[in-house]
Ligand binder design. Structure first.
Ligand SMILES: NC(=O)c1ccc[n+]([C@@H]2O[C@H](COP(=O)([O-])OP(=O)(O)OC[C@H]3O[C@@H](n4cnc5c(N)ncnc54)[C@H](OP(=O)(O)O)[C@@H]3O)[C@@H](O)[C@H]2O)c1
Length: 262
């Protein structure tokens, strides 16, 4: 199969109000796509929709709500099926995190992170399957993380959610491919977004250097390229990729280094 065309494709993006989701919407708008933008904050979504239209999007709609709410997830898919006869690209991007040691965090924090980062993505995909089956060259894009490949201390709830997302992505890939639906896992490293301002709990600080971030636009550009060229997984940040490789080759060395951050 050749490169995927994006012109006139119908896309649903969660977590579109800021950061990577917003950058993705703007990048995809230039391909004359039809966009449905989802997040809780309506105002930034409205602004994004008008920017997307001015950049060339064929249409841009928004729906504000919480993706962890099953009723809201149904509303998203109802709106998709009202507007479109199929869905071509589903981007599960909404995500949150918390910083601090496991012992100092709570069950509520762990459950909330799993709800947003894992269950919302799995259940939105389940609901979207009938529309994806009627899509044109359909693909599901899951926004994972380097921390879905290597767990780091003081961030365990987030790491667990991204490991779960990666495991689920790997497991369903053959099932979806059977139905002609491709799946891409995007595993960014540190990215310059509002992510770290939106932590739902901060009982301690992450002790390693977080200054070397790439831009959301870089992640978005690489993601769009990966969608078009039918990649199965990308690591937009080379530092993150280096950590994953080092961990594969010398896991004990990485364990030893990380012990000092416990
Ligand atoms: N930034 C990084 O360093 C980094 C690294 C690796 C992976 N990632 C992943 O990249 C993805 C995007 O994060 P980002 O860096 O772009 O951070 P961000 O700017 O904070 O964006 C997160 C998006 O998720 C939305 N969101 C959060 N909870 C939601 C909920 N319950 N319902 C609906 N939408 C919700 C937020 O919108 P509202 O607040 O308006 O709902 C926002 O649009 C996440 O999956 C994150 O795990 C980020």
């Amino acid at each position: 199969m050749g490169r995927r065309s994006l012109a006139d494709r119908r896309l649903l993006i969660t977590g579109a109000s800021s950061g990577i989701g917003r950058a993705l919407a703007l990048e995809l708008a230039a391909h004359r796509t039809h966009l449905l933008l989802v997040a809780r904050r309506a105002e930034p979504l409205e602004q994004l929709a008008s920017e997307a239209l001015s950049l060339g999007a064929s249409s841009a709609q928004l729906l504000a709500g919480d993706v962890t709410d099953p009723q809201f997830r149904c509303e998203i898919l109802q709106l998709c099926s009202q507007n479109w006869e199929g869905l071509d690209v589903l981007i599960n991007n909404a995500g949150i995190s918390a910083h601090g040691r496991f012992a100092e965090n709570t069950e509520a924090t762990l459950r909330r992170i799993m709800e947003v980062n894992f269950f919302a993505a799995t259940e939105l995909t389940r609901l979207a399957l009938p529309l994806l089956r009627s899509g044109n060259d359909p693909i599901v894009v899951n926004c994972g993380s380097i921390l879905g490949h290597r767990g780091l201390p003081r961030n365990c709830e987030y790491c667990a959610s991204k490991f779960a997302l990666r495991g689920w992505t790997e497991s369903i890939r053959p099932e979806l491919l059977r139905e002609g639906i491709e799946l891409l896992l995007v595993s960014p490293g540190s990215t310059d977004t509002e992510f770290f301002d939106h932590l739902i709990s901060q009982t301690g600080k992450i002790p390693w250097d977080q200054s070397k971030k790439i831009s959301a636009q870089q992640v978005a550009q690489q993601t769009v390229h990966a969608i078009r060229s039918r990649r199965r997984e990308i690591f937009p940040n080379w530092r993150g990729r280096a950590l994953v490789l080092l961990n594969r080759l010398c896991p004990r060395l990485v364990d030893r280094v990380l012990r000092r951050y416990g």
